[in-house]
Design a protein around this ligand. Structure first.
Ligand code: UT7
Length: 325
């Protein structure tokens, strides 16, 4: 009932290496590499904002699908780093692409699980009527994060990934999606300032709280491993398969150590896991669609393959999708 017609991705040209970070703050290539596996990340140029990244990835996905922006019937954008506070990035994207006056909306604030959750929404929307839905995961974190908080800034990068989903006719069937939330853990990864509980004010500006992300790295790490691996078991179980039947797992690219731990927990070897965190860092909701696009480009996926996307993010949210190529 849901099928992916086209895949796209975009990473900005500007590259920031670990040594570039070490020249700015008290860190080192050695620390970043051993703790995260990240070697470099891409940062948007000064004249790029979220919609530019989303738009470029979308155009790649549209071309891959053999479609134009006129063919799109709905737009869903997953992002935590929107073009503006309001309206949503999807509105900007509708205009950027020159789409018809179609429904467009964001799935905002769902962290790095946002894109897989958006796929689930697209799947449900397709049950109501046949459509071509553009689903985007995009993040321009470098513009909004603190460049002084070393425990946070070295982890992230900017990118976008996109797919076009319809009822049928694509290279991959979106067979099933599982998703969940544990809202008792909102505190382990949160940027509090800017909402109604802690509005922007002179105090938050002066203290730096306006761009300070509270992250309990060790708790996030533990939850991520548990939730991402369990989501793979759940989504494959739902379609009558097991982890052993999965040809390629594409996990959220937050940290190589998290990916290794997920892999170990599931008993999956390197040949069945796609990793690109060393080149791009954590690009939030963009990691999964971008990695999916890159895995296809690198010939890591063949016809007949069962591919599972799995992600976690602030919330605490998690989601996994099974794709049959
Ligand atoms: O999409 C979700 C996003 N979040 C995540 O994925 C985070 C998940 N958690 C993690 O990936 C890891 O917890 C981190 C990579 C964030 C941290 O790794 P860790 O092994 O948990 O390190 P730690 O928090 O125990 O920090 C160890 C030390 C501390 O120094 P002291 O207190 O032991 O003297 C930090 O101050 O490393 C220090 N440190 C750094 N040193 C050099 C923290 N950041 C840096 C840095 N460079 N960039």
């Amino acid at each position: 009932m849901a099928s992916i017609l086209g895949f796209g991705g975009y990473a900005p040209e500007r590259v920031m290496t670990n040594d570039d970070w070490a020249a700015l703050i008290d860190t080192s290539d050695e620390w970043i590499t051993t703790r995260t596996g990240i070697k470099k990340r891409h940062f948007a140029s000064d004249d790029e904002a979220t919609v530019d990244l989303a738009g470029k990835a979308s155009l790649v996905a549209l071309e891959d699908a053999g479609l134009t922006s006129e063919d799109i019937d709905e737009i869903i954008v997953a992002t935590d780093t929107p073009e503006a506070y309001t309206p949503d990035t999807a509105s900007f994207l509708q205009h950027y692409l020159g789409c018809r006056e179609v429904p467009a909306y964001d799935l905002g604030g769902s962290g790095c699980a946002g894109f897989v959750q958006a796929l689930d929404v697209a799947r449900a929307r397709l049950l109501l009527e046949p459509k071509r839905i553009l689903v985007v995961g995009v993040e321009l974190i470098s513009r909004l994060m603190s460049w002084e908080d070393r425990s946070f800034c070295v982890l992230f990068g900017d990118a976008a990934g996109a797919v076009v989903v319809a009822r049928d006719g694509g290279a991959a069937e979106l067979v099933h999606v599982v998703a969940g939330t544990d809202g008792s853990q909102t505190d382990i990864l949160t940027l509090k300032t800017g909402g109604t509980r802690h509005p922007f004010n002179a105090e938050s500006l002066a203290s730096g709280a306006f761009n300070h992300l509270d992250m309990d790295g060790k708790r996030v790490f533990r939850e991520a491993v548990h939730r991402m691996s369990q989501a793979v078991v759940d989504v494959t179980g739902h379609i009558g398969k097991g982890v052993a039947d999965v040809d390629l797992v594409i996990p959220h690219q937050a940290n190589k150590r998290i990916i290794d731990a997920v892999q170990q927990k599931m008993g999956v070897d390197d040949s069945r896991v796609f990793v690109n965190v060393h080149d791009y860092g954590n690009t939030g909701s963009a990691t999964v669609p971008f990695a999916l696009w890159e895995a296809l480009g690198k010939g890591r996926i063949s016809e007949g393959d069962l591919v599972v996307l799995t992600a976690f993010g602030a919330g605490f949210h998690w989601a996994a999708a099974a794709l049959q190529f």
